[in-house]
Write a protein that binds this ligand. Sequence first.
Ligand code: SF4
Length: 66
Amino acid sequence: MKVTVDEDKCCGAGSCVLAAPDVFDQRDEDGVVVLLDAEPAEHLHAAVREAAGVCPASAIALGEGA
Ligand code: SF4
């Protein structure tokens, strides 16, 4: 699984951080998403899919066998 985030779309809602804190964080200044792990391990995939699903801005894209 490859994860990409679109910082321009991100509205800083933080839902992704709640869903998958090992993979997503937020910048202190403005709350914009920070991708911690672009190729998360298998056991994190479900959480990452949930994070992408709950993102109100559709700023999280999953690729390659996601
Ligand atoms: S859930 Fe989406 S909009 Fe909210 S911080 Fe994460 S990437 Fe940004």
